[in-house]
Design a protein around this ligand. Structure first.
Ligand SMILES: Cc1ncc(COP(=O)(O)O)c(C=O)c1O
Length: 405
């Protein structure tokens, strides 16, 4: 055959393939409150290099191997010990799968549980990455109203019962119980117990996403949901992204064996990058604990700087969360205010990035008057300048009334 047949990819894409994403680097503001980056200056670069050098001297030739898909065993051992010590989760290294961040384990869990149209129960506003993953598998997302202690138990039960009545019992309840992204609250012990009881009563697994648990600035730890269960109803994911760096792309999951085996079967790309796992393992074994203490002090100061700046520049015109940890403030402007429309303009003119509440809405549309502001990346000084610039920009764009007006 001669000639070239015309190639129209649009005819070839799978029906389930999502729409394309913009290529190239997205513009970030100098005052970047949009994305949950950790503090850039405290990443332990020298220590990670030392750890890597040590591991390469001892085991470097193993880079010639395709490692087992669960990932570098000594790092899984470290994770198992950390979970036992910090979260009351008693599992072995064989019960851990290391992932490309915690996003990959979440994706694996969604892939093995969800057929199109399956119900997933989520907090009314919750981490957008997981919502996109669930949408990717065409889940029917049902949001549950929350207060400052997490999902309202009656509302949760009503949502579960409604799904059952619709003939679509939930496949999963997803929660970020500690320093919730984006709302900032931490689920109380009582609510955690109620959630576990409900999951057991209706036979629905819980996916506990504990990505921020180490970043506590005030108050006392609350036991993990996993540790309150004991009947195999809880799947657990967490990450090194917020306590070392997202660039390491290392997170992990644990779950009951049948779930783990299925999840491993859909894990793409084989084991996590052994080079990164070497560095994190050697570094974390001796020094992660003190590093967490250091970054907690740094982030507490940034949180306080943002809270003070909000008080100064937004005063009565907004309300915002008072998080005991994590990386965000959740800022509610008066009903009718629209931060979605103003976002690009404020980024271009005021150099301030934020994410609108709609990005986190289970229904995809609520939250036009809400912003999530991340304080993790900028310095306290930049935070003060950036919040002043944000308030100015919102007033100029008519989103907020002129101060005193
Ligand atoms: C609640 C939550 N879960 C999971 C993730 C995924 O992070 P990573 O894949 O870097 O571990 C994030 C990232 O911001 C998050 O906020």
């Amino acid at each position: 055959m001669t000639g070239t047949a015309p190639l129209d990819f649009d005819r070839l894409f799978a029906r389930s393939a999502p729409a394309g994403r913009t290529l190239g680097t997205a513009r970030r503001g100098t005052y970047d409150f949009a994305v949950a980056y950790p503090d850039p200056t405290s990443i332990p670069l020298d220590e990670l290099i030392d750890g890597l050098r040590e591991a390469l001297a001892e085991e470097g030739e193993d880079l010639a191997l395709y490692a087992h898909a669960q990932g570098y065993a000594p790092l899984r051992e470290f994770v198992a010990n950390k979970l036992a010590r910090d979260r009351g989760i008693y599992v072995t290294a064989d019960d851990i799968i290391l992932g490309d961040g915690s996003g990959q384990p979440i994706h694996m869990i969604a892939e093995v549980l969800l057929d199109p149209g399956d119900t997933v129960v989520v907090e009314d506003f919750v981490y957008s990455g997981t919502l996109s993953t669930f949408r990717r598998f065409q889940a029917d997302l049902r949001g549950v109203a929350c207060d400052n202690e997490g999902m309202l138990p009656d509302a949760l039960e009503a949502v579960v019962r409604q799904a059952i009545n619709d003939g679509k019992p939930p496949k999963l309840i997803y929660t970020v119980p500690t320093f919730q992204n984006p709302q900032g609250w931490t689920m109380s012990l009582e609510r955690r117990k109620a959630l576990v009881m409900l999951a057991q009563k209706y036979g629905v697994p819980i996916l506990e996403d504990d990505c921020y648990v180490d970043l506590r600035y005030d108050g006392n730890d609350v036991p993990s949901i996993y540790s309150l269960d004991g009947t195999g109803h809880v799947l657990y994911v967490a990450s090194f992204s917020k306590i070392i760096a997202p660039g390491m792309r290392l997170g992990y999951m644990t779950a009951p064996r049948p779930m783990l085996e299925r999840a491993l079967a859909v894990k793409s790309g084989g084991a996590v990058n052994t080079f990164a796992a070497f560095a994190v393992h050697r570094y974390a074994t001796g020094q992660l604990h003190s590093h967490i203490e250091e970054i907690v002090d740094i982030q507490r100061e940034k949180r306080d700087a943002m809270l003070e700046a909000m008080e100064e520049h937004f005063g009565e015109q907004a309300t915002w969360s008072q998080p005991q940890g994590g990386l965000y403030l959740w800022v509610k402007l008066p009903p009718g205010a629209d931060v979605v429309a103003a976002r690009d303009k404020i980024l271009a003119t005021d150099d301030v990035g934020y994410l609108p509440g709609t990005n986190f809405a289970a229904d995809g549309v609520s939250g036009r008057n809400i912003m999530r502001l991340c304080f993790g990346y900028c310095t306290p000084e930049q935070i003060r300048e950036g919040i002043a610039a944000l308030a100015r920009g919102l007033r100029r764009e008519g989103v907020l009334a002129e101060a005193g007006g």
